[in-house]
Design a protein around this ligand. Structure first.
Ligand code: WT7
Length: 638
């Protein structure tokens, strides 16, 4: 880990070098990894198609970097510490040696079930060590994983499986989440009614929830492991992968249409997650690092699995939720394992804040050294609570700004080394060249300015394409501004040159740190038989960051209360409970321009309760709708 930056001067030097000579810079970072064959060329790119190649000609396997290379000296170091949902159940520790053995074993299970290099594998599992084993086993043999978060519905799983034509699904009978049991296999069964590409389903036992096992299709994880054991040779050589071979696809929402499959490739993603993990958190050997995200999201991929493991770190994963059995659970975990670094989301901080300080005050948090935040802007109140109550004013907070498409941190403080200001993501990491753009496509230079945030130059962890639709990738990220990657975020650069992310500038919501497309929720609501049309906007929510406000035009004869419930059920079924609107307001009409475009700006103001701030409505087809919507909104608030 000698690519760690140790001082502000070193940061400045590294940054300068990364801009003046990016190939040399990333070549040197790449030298800290294990290659079966070294690359010929560090970078070959254009943003017009886009066509981005890092470490061209390099051959490697990411699991050799995450596992094998640590065995010799650190084989007995814990790779994964697993804390179960129920604190009275035994925890599990997998050392690097043990994790490698399990990954090889399960990689052989995948092979036995006809999975080959390049095949897609859908993973729908709770937060158990077998989830990590599944990802790495896919990577071991060159299969491309597509993890679907356990909160998504059968329909969402089916859409994702079909889009990538997955051949195999890995799931479990169920999952524990707080006091609930989620019936994961049943959800997969419902999904598979629509999926022809799936040949096999591997089912892990976790909850002993009754499941239907279909002959010829469904097999038990445990039985398959036994078969491998009786076959004799437990090892599984790491497939030689090209630097640009696909590692995984992960679906994320945008402002239009269905979620897109963000594609990350092998070498660049490995280098970038490893480099950013080691630097942002300043991880030191022997430390216990706890990321509270779910592996169903990019944060879990990059900062529970690949980043920490490639650096030989000890990564703690937690199966449960922050409020079970009570709102002190995170702090119990910190105390129990003497956690040094915790990486969580503002929404979790706000929700725990709301439960009151008695859940944190009597806990021993003295092991903590660094605090991380991710997923959405952290408001100052939450920042200060995190700083004072969790970090006892002695831990740096890294507010890490990045996106699924980015693979890893782009703009963030480096813990204890670069400055921090509450609610600011601060400075770009080496290799990252931000630009603020105006509406005419010009870069806004200088400080104390705001604009749309773009990145001018490639970095190794960036997405390469969107699955099955390269044109959509180009359109979404590379067409708005010439020769730039467009993030979809607005941003302010203060007089000192520090960056503050101000939120999305497109029709994408951030609800509890999860990205939700307004169009997707609208489409789901519109599926309800009594709905004529709908419009979704976000509004400030004290815990979730943004809440979902739905304006719905329904048929006249409906019973509003029961239709509301039906709409919630429809959204749950089509997307998942995470996309359920917090507020549903029935309206007779929506504010539209003469060309028929919904004026969301007005709807946003009404959702925020800023009734006098709706602004200019003279360009509307029918300006009187605004007053009617406001009156109803006022009634609802009473
Ligand atoms: C969007 C990306 C990347 C991990 C989890 C979310 C917002 C993320 C921050 C932050 C302000 C943030 C942005 C971004 N966001 N981190 N530290 N400060 N905003 O990943 O689902 O791909 O969403 O989350 O709006 O565009 P994601």
């Amino acid at each position: 880990m000698n690519f760690q930056i140790n001082s502000f001067e070193e940061y400045q030097e590294a940054y300068k070098k990364s801009v003046e000579n990016p190939e040399q810079f990333w070549g040197e970072v790449g030298d800290h990894f294990f290659w079966k064959r070294k690359w010929n060329n560090v970078l070959n790119w254009n943003f017009t198609e886009p066509d981005i190649n890092w470490y061209e000609g390099g051959k490697l396997n990411i699991t050799e970097n995450c596992l094998d290379r640590h065995i010799y000296q650190n084989g007995d170091t814990p790779a994964i510490i697993w804390e179960p949902n129920d604190p009275t159940e035994a925890h599990r520790i997998l050392t690097y040696k043990q994790l490698l053995q399990k990954v090889e074993q399960f990689a052989n299970v995948l092979k036995n079930n006809n999975v080959r290099k390049g095949d897609r594998v859908c993973i729908y599992l709770p937060m158990v060590p077998e989830l990590v084993i599944s990802l790495l086993a896919c990577a071991r043999i060159g299969a491309i994983h597509s993890v679907v978060f356990g909160g998504f519905s059968a329909q969402s799983i089916a859409d994702r499986i079909n889009d990538a034509a997955c051949k195999l699904v890995i799931t479990s009978d169920g999952g524990f989440r707080g006091s609930k049991v989620l019936e994961l296999k049943t959800v997969v069964d419902d999904a598979l009614m629509q999926c022809e590409s799936v040949e096999k389903v591997i089912v892990l036992t976790r909850t002993r929830t009754p499941v239907s096992m279909i002959k010829g299709r469904d097999v038990w994880w445990e039985d398959e492991i036994k078969k491998v054991e009786t076959q004799g040779n437990p090892s599984c050589p790491a497939e030689e992968m090209d630097a640009e071979d696909k590692l995984f696809v992960l679906y994320t929402s945008g402002s239009t249409g269905k979620p897109k499959g963000v594609v990350h490739t092998t070498a660049g993603y490995m280098v970038f997650t490893g480099y950013t993990f080691a630097n942002t958190f300043q991880y030191k050997p022997g430390e216990v690092y706890f990321c509270t995200a779910d592996i169903g999201w990019i944060t879990g991929h990059s900062y529970i699995v690949y980043g920490p493991l490639s650096q030989g770190a000890t990564s703690l994963m937690f199966e449960g939720i922050p409020t079970y059995p009570d709102a002190g659970r995170y702090w119990d975990i910190v105390d129990k394992y003497k956690v040094n670094i915790i990486y969580t989301a503002p929404t979790a901080i706000r929700s725990l804040m709301a439960f009151g300080d008695e859940f944190i005050e009597n806990k021993d948090l003295s092991s903590l050294r660094v605090l991380g935040s991710v997923g959405e802007p952290i408001n100052e109140e939450a920042w200060h609570w995190y700083h004072e109550k969790v970090g006892k004013k002695k831990c740096p907070i890294v507010d890490t700004w990045w996106q699924t498409e980015n693979g890893g941190h782009l703009i963030t403080p480096i813990a204890g080394i670069t400055p921090e200001i509450p609610s600011y993501a601060m400075l770009p990491l080496p290799g990252i060249q931000p630009a603020l753009m105006d509406e005419h496509g010009n870069e806004i230079e200088g400080n104390d300015v705001s604009g749309n945030l773009c990145i001018k130059f490639p970095w190794p962890g960036m997405l390469r394409t969107t699955w099955g639709d390269h044109e959509r990738c180009r359109q979404t990220y590379f067409a708005t501004y010439k020769n730039m990657y467009f993030t979809g975020d607005g941003c302010y650069r203060n007089p000192d040159g520090y960056y503050r992310i101000t939120g999305r500038v497109d029709d994408v919501l951030n609800v509890s740190g999860h990205r939700i497309g307004t169009a997707e929720v609208e489409n789901a609501i519109n599926m309800h038989s009594d709905v004529v049309e709908s419009a979704i906007v976000g509004y400030p929510h004290p815990v979730k960051g943004q809440g979902i406000y739905a304006y719905v035009i329904a048929n006249h004869h409906i019973d509003e209360e029961s239709t509301k419930k039906d709409i919630l059920q429809t959204v749950s079924r089509l997307i998942g409970p995470i996309a359920k609107p917090d507020v549903i307001q029935f309206v007779s009409d929506l504010p539209k321009t003469r060309s028929g475009k919904i004026m969301r700006r007005i709807l946003r103001k009404i959702a925020e309760g800023e009734f006098s701030a709706v602004g200019d409505i003279t360009t509307l087809q029918d300006p009187t709708v605004v007053q009617r919507i406001i009156e109803d909104a006022q009634k609802m608030r009473k």
